[in-house]
Design a protein around this ligand. Sequence first.
Ligand code: UD1
Length: 370
Amino acid sequence: MKIATVVGTRPEIVKLAPVIRELGERAEVIHTGQHYEASMAGSFFEEFGIGAPDVLLGGVGGADRATQIAAMLHQLGGLFATQEYGAVIVQGDTNTVSAAAQAGNYAGIPVIHVEAGLRSHDRAMPEEVNRLVAGALADVHCAATAVNVANLRAEGVAEERIVLTGNTIVEATEHSLSRPEPMLPVERAVLVRSVLATIHRPENTDTPQALARIVDAFASIDSPVVLVAHPRTRAALSRHGLLGRAQRLLIVDPVSHRQLLSMMSAARLVVSDSGGLQEECTVVKTPLLVVRRSTERPESIDAGFSRLVTPERDLAAAIREQLATPRAVLAGLPSPYGDGLASRRIAEIAVGIAGPQPEHHHDDQVAQPA
Ligand code: UD1
């Protein structure tokens, strides 16, 4: 039986690609289409060499949260009722994860949650609710760190369902960094003086006040600021009338994973609300300021790679202070996210649950009598 690997957004493609590669023929890749632009999804399938998705859902991208989840659940429910899968793999905390974990559970297919046990304890974040849904439904929780294991135990998840695997971002990052140095949208000579920023979470983009706080802080510091703009952020800058105030920023379109990692390595500092960048900064060894109310990734802070700057703090002052701190010390620190073998462990777990590959299939056209 095939193993359904469900992806919907850019970070899920990045982080499940190493698992899909490990599974080889066993993986059936289902793309929900939550992210639908080539620059946010399609180009990542190519970049990671996992081919086009086997199944692509429709009517998901661009819809509101309830509609997205309902559309995915409906279509995945239909698929899981007609195709036999030995397991469903979901990753992270997106709307796609909530829908796919539900569809798998309702169809009686074992659900494997990759990157399980992260908790920000901030239920205003859609991602926190998605994590809780996946946490309630998963049959196996692949936790990236000891902190994640402890969160799951505290919620009463049975010990035998928790596996400490590490985070697949380590091998995804190593894979990308091993590829040839790419062309960058900003000259390296500028990047090495710059603050690199990515901002897209609802808490920073949904209201004019929240986004203006960040834009104004960026506009007030001496270093150049390169903002790699998520479509949500580009739309919000224009909707909130902030394009004028953002004029000093170098705003560029989404880049490939390899390009982003090169830009992160070159930059003096990264400022972001992304989950993935909090992990990647520990591999490329660049300091990161997390602009959020809370984080579900304390490991990066505890290890000395990142700092949380909450909304009531003066962001420009925090950036200046961080720029004045020597960063060389980070080069010698190990990443707290794993040893680069997480995807192998996860693939082994999935194959163990789904069972061995059947001897022959496909060519048996004759229907069996009921
Ligand atoms: C989603 C995830 C978030 C993850 C992020 C990575 C949820 C709740 N959030 O946030 O956890 O960190 O992906 O990028 O699942 N849009 C486009 N083009 C695209 C993709 C999105 O224009 O290719 C627009 C959508 O139409 C929408 C907005 O961006 O208006 C937000 O998209 P959505 O999928 O709701 O969430 P993200 O902000 O991308």
